[in-house]
Design a protein around this ligand. Sequence first.
Ligand code: SF4
Ligand code: SF4
Length: 425
Amino acid sequence: MTEKYEKMWEELGLDLAAHDSLLKVLGKFYGDIYLSQQKRLRGMEYLDFVLTEIHGLRIKELVDAKKNGQKVIGTFCVFVPEELIWAANGIAVGLCAGAEAALEEAEKVLPRNTCALIKSFFGFKMARLCPFIESCDFVVGETTCDGKKKAYEIFDQFKPTYIMEIPQRKEKIDRDLWKSEVIRFKEKIEEVTGQTINSDNLKKAVKMINDRRRTLQRLDSYRIAIPAPISGRDVLLINQISFYDDPTRFTQKINQLCDEIEEKVAKKEGVVPDGTARLMLSGCPMAVPNWKLPYIVESSGAVIVVEESCIGQRNTRDLVSEEGETVDGMIDNIVDRYMKIDCACFTPNPERLEHIVSTAKKYDVDGVIHYALQFCHPYTIEAYKVEKALEKEDIPLLKIETDYSMEDVGQLKTRVEAFVEMFRK
Ligand code: SF4
Ligand code: SF4
């Protein structure tokens, strides 16, 4: 792939030598974690292809779209209402921040005790490693946690960054604030793209993104089955790719994969032996290529059957109502749907605890692993309440705090294995 796309990467301003090394590491990592799996589904070939071409073909599509006048807009949080971007004939891409990159460079600007996700997007930009960031006309930041909102102020010096104010509570005053922010974002998108968002294009965009969410809901519905018909690693990858690939193509391909899974479930065929411990992951999102913990879990005799995360059900659980006919009515529907997100940045945040407990029961899990990035105050602190809520229901919990380095893999594996041992049947 390297030679084929070298000119394009050079034109985007990437550091070619460093980028080449990144691709090599990523390829090896992917082979070890993904391609080595037994009984993998045929439909995963699409994901393998997208991942292999993630810096190639998909970037070429973005570059070609830009030549045709479309705008590419990057996001870092599932709170950004991407429907508005698509309605204005823009392209939304969820930017990954799932690997350590140029850590030293990032730490020249950010304190060491900043979460790995924030350091990662800084590092990728400063080392000129990410063709998605370089393809974006601008990126959208948000005032979710303090680390992100202060980091975006500086990030704007490297890449134009538009900030959306996200409410921190769920009272009427917060909804009003959020609605005004969504309208301000709509105006910004219209200005940048030169396209008016009207009821026709917004309706289509709402349906397209809902269809993608519906497909991911369909995929998750099969994971209730015992034995598990797909690995948690594969589902994580599917959720990660949903932020990059063309939404219509993605929906079509994942629906085909779901057909294959449906047949397996009917025949009671699984990807793991009977009696394998069923676990739920809950907490911070895992962006590409952050596959560390799922790999540790699934190579320790367990299978992940559901994720309470923004790269998981926090992003796919709720649809935007398709009832509205006017732009204002549709904006209200968007506002209401996004206000349901139960990110730990909210206070209080009882919905998240309810979701964790009800999801754990629905998927019949043996235990929950709470995953938080080190220095992420919202999730590390909320873990206390998660623990109490699960204790009440007698659902075992393992709390993990980690980052993107590989230094703690041995230690994590020992803890995960001891947790899984509790459920050996
Ligand atoms: S965890 Fe919160 S801040 Fe992070 S992507 Fe999700 S909604 Fe955004
Ligand atoms: S992981 Fe936590 S600290 Fe890091 S960006 Fe997300 S909410 Fe903020």
